[in-house]
Write a protein that binds this ligand. Structure first.
Ligand SMILES: [Zn+2]
Length: 492
């Protein structure tokens, strides 16, 4: 079974954990003595004056030097009778559902889904006092520089950093957890960035927001009090290989992962890569590996997607919000085309609350709510977004082995969403695990005529990222969202 941690695996993990603990102590002792430092201790104040440990010193900070975490829960585990876990080949699935439409990509094999949910996370930290690092968005950071910033953050009180998986090229994918209260059930503000490789601002913005906040929390009692009630969970760089490919080539074009899979089409959400009868296939779709729009050889195929899937499942049951940061220009996508009417209104409200933060004091090129009326995201062949997956998990959808994707469950049976245009008709059958979650895609980087391209990572582009960060109040986003969350969740 994959949806519960049985006694045996618990004992096994415990044993592994103890072995790792021993390994950590040994590795830490070697590292510390080689650096001439004292024992590891998380401290309240970051000291900017002490000698820096450079990332070259971090040889021991690989997975051999990390805690192994126990398995987490898996809310989308199938509830259907599992006599037959066979994935329907694409032609069979299309034959079976031809009265409703067609699928453009085959789903995820059940064994792979199980493997994704059983991935082990490793806690990553480097011993020592934290360096006071201020992220400067105008500066160039390679991925290894970001890795160092994240590992350095793990030295601060209230911060844990996890390796939640590897990219296709073997790079670590990190999740940062900020929580001063040790409250497992505290509401989470979730952030995910740079799932699209050329959209660099998301990773920089998330790392800057979090590192500035963490440094502030070391000396600010009020911030610590808020962080004892609310957790931040973030994956700043969801697509590290694609990021580095753009840097190596000087490109502003590459959006996919190293295999040309558009990770934001690769999720096994219910509406992924399906075209309803009577609907026009979105032109922004692709059936071959490319810089954009290719959903993969099958849904859920990419290692990066698999790492995010488990991270999403772990936190969504407790999430207040899920925000994915992209860079296609000046606005917010909020809500689903096929959503329940009351949820559509709630999503719009969340979008407007975010707009009020971003546009405060802004007189030109304001952010707006984006609605592409020519798109039906559930039936136009796109979907497969991380946000769509987060939504489906929150709505209580379950994995269906025959279609290899999440499906809403009606009277114990998975209903392929290609069958209906709106959830309104089945809303009383749904059993959401987090009905009030707020989900948004923020598209930063307004294109201004005659100004440089906001995509990519040139010096000019970084200058724009820096200017827009302050212009659109990203420096105030977390405190403002804390206030929203405390009010909405009654955390006073
Ligand atoms: Zn994007």
């Amino acid at each position: 079974m994959i949806n519960s941690m049985d006694e045996k695996s618990n004992a096994k993990n415990k044993k592994k954990f103890m072995q790792k603990q021993t390994a950590i102590i040994i590795a830490a002792t070697i590292l510390l003595s080689s650096l001439g430092l004292g024992a590891h201790k998380k401290t309240v104040a970051g000291n900017g004056n002490r000698t820096s440990i450079h990332q070259e010193d971090l040889g021991a900070t690989n997975e051999e030097n990390c805690d192994l975490l126990p398995m987490l829960t898996n809310p989308t585990a199938p509830i259907f009778p599992l006599q037959d876990t066979r994935l329907l080949p694409l032609n069979e699935a299309n034959e079976k559902y031809k009265q409703y439409g067609r699928f453009l990509a085959i789903g995820m094999p059940y064994e792979e889904y199980q493997k994704a949910m059983n991935q082990e996370w490793r806690k990553a930290y480097v011993p020592g006092e934290p360096d006071r690092i201020v992220v400067d968005l105008r500066k160039f950071y390679a991925y290894k520089d970001y890795e160092w910033i994240m590992l350095n953050l793990s030295r601060y009180k209230g911060v844990d950093v996890y390796v939640i998986g590897k990219s296709e090229k073997g790079r670590n994918i990190y999740a940062i957890s900020v929580n001063f209260g040790q409250n497992e059930n505290a509401p989470r503000l979730m952030f995910e960035g740079q799932i699209h490789a050329r959209e660099f601002a998301g990773s920089g913005y998330i790392l800057k927001m979090i590192s500035d906040l963490v440094i502030k929390a070391q000396t600010c009692e009020a911030t610590r009090a808020q962080l004892s009630k609310i957790r931040i969970e973030a994956v700043p760089v969801a697509n590290p290989d694609g990021r580095e490919m753009n840097i190596a080539s000087g490109s502003t074009r590459w959006n996919g992962n190293a295999n040309g899979v558009d990770l934001n089409r690769n999720f096994i959400s219910s509406g992924s890569s399906q075209v309803g009868n009577g609907y026009t296939q979105n032109p922004f779709t692709s059936s071959v590996p490319d810089n954009s729009f290719y959903p993969g050889p099958y849904l859920g195929s990419a290692k990066e997607t698999q790492a995010l899937m488990k991270w999403i499942e772990c936190h969504i049951p407790h999430a207040y919000s899920y925000i994915s940061i992209h860079m296609q220009g000046g606005g917010i996508y909020c809500g689903r085309d096929n959503d329940i009417e009351t949820k559509k209104l709630a999503s719009k409200k969340f979008g407007e609350e975010l707009l009020a933060i971003f546009n405060r004091g802004v007189s030109s090129n304001k952010y707006s709510l984006l609605a592409r009326t020519w798109v039906n995201n559930t039936l136009d062949g796109t979907n497969g977004f991380s946000t769509a997956y987060a939504y489906d998990v929150a709505m209580g959808y379950k994995f269906d082995p025959s279609l290899g994707r999440l499906l809403p469950v009606v009277d114990g049976v998975g209903m392929p969403s290609i069958q209906f245009k709106s959830l309104e008709n089945i809303k009383h059958h749904l059993n959401p695990i987090n009905p009030d979650i707020r989900i948004a895609t923020i598209e930063v980087g307004i294109r201004v005529k005659g100004k440089a391209e906001p995509l990519g990572y040139t010096a000019t582009t970084r200058e724009m990222h820096h200017r827009d960060y302050f212009k659109y109040n990203f420096d105030k986003l977390l405190p403002q969202m804390f206030d929203m969350c405390i009010k909405d969740m009654n955390l006073h």
